[in-house]
Design a protein around this ligand. Structure first.
Ligand SMILES: Cc1cc2nc3c(=O)[nH]c(=O)nc-3n(C[C@H](O)[C@H](O)[C@H](O)COP(=O)(O)OP(=O)(O)OC[C@H]3O[C@@H](n4cnc5c(N)ncnc54)[C@H](O)[C@@H]3O)c2cc1C
Length: 143
């Protein structure tokens, strides 16, 4: 562990304490990676609810991770024309596509590919509708 900490440029004592705390929190469940097993930690925040096994057998391997935002989630309500709804009514000139209207599609979870699909499909719809709205407004302005 100390060697691993040095290679990762982490504080050795902190890594040792973190691993020790984690190992102490691991229980005696029956490990099974194919199901949500009963190997959970106790006393750790956040809890590792499954597949928690003590890190006590070298050699150890590690790689650095950092968190990032994959996308925003939920947001504006739109209809099939990508028109944003205000008070239950579709806006005549505001259209949305992609993650900012994802709640319309992702109310019960995320399926692979949906992030790109709703941007592409609704982007085309929203763009077309915005162009129609803009040209209609231009016609009104000329009349
Ligand atoms: C690492 C990673 C992996 C992913 N893998 C997949 C995958 O395999 N399959 C999949 O379907 N999806 C995947 N996604 C999700 C997918 O990339 C997003 O769902 C998608 O790009 C969202 O598109 P969007 O147009 O809604 O938003 P964005 O692409 O976030 O576009 C929003 C744009 O608005 C701009 N913006 C923000 N605020 C302002 C402002 N005030 N004024 C002007 N411009 C502004 C931003 O700069 C940005 O360009 C992944 C995302 C990440 C990060």
């Amino acid at each position: 562990m100390p060697e691993l900490a040095r290679q990762l440029k982490l504080d050795e004592a902190t890594l040792a304490r973190t691993v020790s705390d984690y190992n102490s929190a691991c229980g005696t469940g029956r490990f099974d990676h194919t199901v949500l097993d009963d190997c959970a930690t106790t006393g750790l925040t956040p809890v590792k609810s499954h597949w928690a096994r003590a890190l006590d057998t070298p050699p150890y391997f590690a790689y650095a991770l950092r968190p990032g935002i994959t996308f925003t989630y939920l947001g504006l309500k739109v209809d099939e024309h990508a028109a944003v709804h205000f008070g239950g009514k579709p806006s005549p000139n505001l259209f949305a596509a992609g993650e900012m209207m994802a709640g319309n599609v992702l109310g019960k979870g995320y399926t692979a590919g949906v992030g790109m699909a709703i941007g592409t499909a609704f982007g085309r719809i929203a763009g077309t509708q915005a162009a129609v709205a803009a040209s209609s407004e231009a016609r009104h302005a000329l009349a």
